[in-house]
Structure formats: C-alpha cells, structure tokens
Design a binder for this molecule. Structure first.
Ligand SMILES: Nc1ncnc2c1ncn2[C@@H]1O[C@H](COP(=O)(O)OP(=O)(O)OP(=O)(O)O)[C@@H](O)[C@H]1O
Ligand SMILES: [Mg+2]
Length: 240
C-alpha cells in the first residue's frame, strides 16, 4: 500500500474553491511531484495534508490511517513534515534554534542530537554557522535550513513546497541532489515545484494539477515526454 493516498480532496477559502478534486498517491521511498501553474492549488494541497487548513471534503490516508481530521501537531508527530513555500525560517533565531523547532514534538534528546549532526553533514554550511542568526543567510542557505528543520522531526514523508524558488541554478542543483540523497536513505518525498523540468527529471511519479484538479499523471519520464506537459509547463525549448 502507498504511504500517502489523497482522494478527491477539496478545499475552500471562503468563496474561493482552491482545490476542487485532487487525487494522488505517494509510494514508499519514492519522490513524487505535483506540478502546475500559479494558483493551481499545489500549496493548498500540501497545507491540507499537514493540517494547516481543513479540507471541505475528501480523504488523506497516511500509513493506512486517516489524517484529515487530526490537528497539525498530531500529523507532524505521525511522520509528515512540511517545508513551506517561501522558506519561513525564523530570522532572529540561530540555525540550531531553527533546527530544534523541527524536533519540538520529540522527547528523545540523544536521537535529536544525532539528527542535528546528520543535518550538519548533509549541509555543512549549516554546521559551520550553527550559532548564526538565520536572517543573515542567503536564500539558498535558508532553503537548506528549512529542509533541515523539516528533517528534524524524522519524517516518513517530507513535503517540500517550491524548494528551488528564487535560487540560482547552482543552488537549485544542490537542493535537487540533496532530495535524491534523501530518497537513497529511504525518505519519501512529496515535491511541489514550478521548475517542472527539474522536478520531473527527479521524480519517480508525478501529477499535474490544473485549476484545483489533478489532470495528468505518469512517471517523471512519461510526463517529460508528454506533448501536453511540454506545451503548458516546459516551454518551447523542450518540445522538440
Ligand atoms: N489564504 C488564502 N486565502 C484565500 N485564497 C487563497 C489563500 N491561499 C491561496 N488562495 C487561493 O487559492 C488558490 C490556490 O492557491 P495555492 O497557493 O494553493 O496555489 P499554488 O498552486 O501553490 O500556486 P503558486 O504556484 O503560485 O504557489 C489561488 O486562487 C489562491 O489565490
Ligand atoms: Mg504554491
């Protein structure tokens, strides 16, 4: 059975129907991407999985259990971590304080220390500057910190919302390499990206969300080769 199953999810913000029927699944150990245009409902989908917004209807089944009626802290402690769009690290807190926030539901201090070391191995720049205030970091470094903070809960599922947003290509490559490394270590990743080319190249499976609905699905390679995806999301350069 898949680690995550989302079925016929709908979410509204007042009169705005942001998600109108999103269905997808994420297999254990996979990288699965959601791609789609601005305003398609990708962020709202992740926010409803992690309990930050309540779906109007539909189901979110994680590890065989329904999540869609649980509070956000309970969803986190069951193993779903969310690195939000726009990074949202705490600028006035140090790197280490930000990372520890990701572990705030845990009581196993020894294991938390071991996981801090793991994050510092994954992102050495964070280890070298662990006492530096996060606000002094570059966008790419803050993105590493946001991913590191999400990893500090030891998630079974890591959800990343636009990790490459605003980053230079070299930093984007580093972030995508890290996502591959995390998969190799057994972490399941649900990735939301506007950089469809990079996301599909990395993904085991992917879904297109258009106007609040999942409209296409396939392996990363299938969607990269699909003329509809090429026309709408990959630009002309890839279409030939
Ligand atoms: N807090 C909110 N209140 C009202 N409407 C919202 C809110 N957040 C998002 N929306 C609306 O819901 C729809 C889906 O937005 P969402 O942020 O989920 O899209 P997205 O696919 O993540 O877009 P982007 O690629 O720009 O990040 C949009 O029409 C958006 O304007
Ligand atoms: Mg978004």
């Amino acid at each position: 059975m898949s680690l995550l199953e989302v079925r016929e999810l709908t979410v509204a913000y007042g009169a705005i129907r942001a998600v109108r029927g999103v269905t997808f699944s994420v297999g254990r150990g996979q990288i699965v991407s959601l791609i789609g245009s601005n305003g398609a409902g990708k962020t709202t989908t992740l926010r409803s999985i992690s309990g930050l917004v309540t779906p109007a209807s539909g189901e979110v089944i994680f590890d065989g259990e329904p999540l869609h009626r649980l509070p956000a802290h309970e969803i986190l402690s069951r193993g779903v971590a969310h690195s939000p769009e726009g990074r949202r690290v705490f600028a006035r807190m140090t790197v280490e304080e930000n990372l520890r926030l990701g572990a705030h539901t845990r009581r196993d201090e020894h294991a938390v220390l071991a996981d801090l070391d793991k994050v510092y191995t994954l992102f050495p720049v964070l280890g070298e500057r662990r006492d530096t205030k996060a606000g002094l970091f570059s966008g790419g470094e803050q993105q590493m910190l946001a991913i590191g903070r999400a990893l500090m809960s030891r998630p079974k599922l890591l959800m990343l919302d636009e990790p490459s947003m605003g980053l230079a290509p070299i930093m984007t490559n580093k972030i995508f390499d890290t996502i591959r490394e995390l998969r190799a270590e057994g972490t399941t990743v649900l990735l939301v990206e506007q950089n469809a080319l990079a996301a599909l190249a990395l993904s085991d499976y992917a879904y297109v969300i258009d106007l609040g609905r999942t409209t296409l699905a396939g392996t990363g390679a299938d969607l990269l080769g699909d003329p509809r995806v090429q026309a709408a999301y990959l630009g002309e350069g890839v279409a030939h």
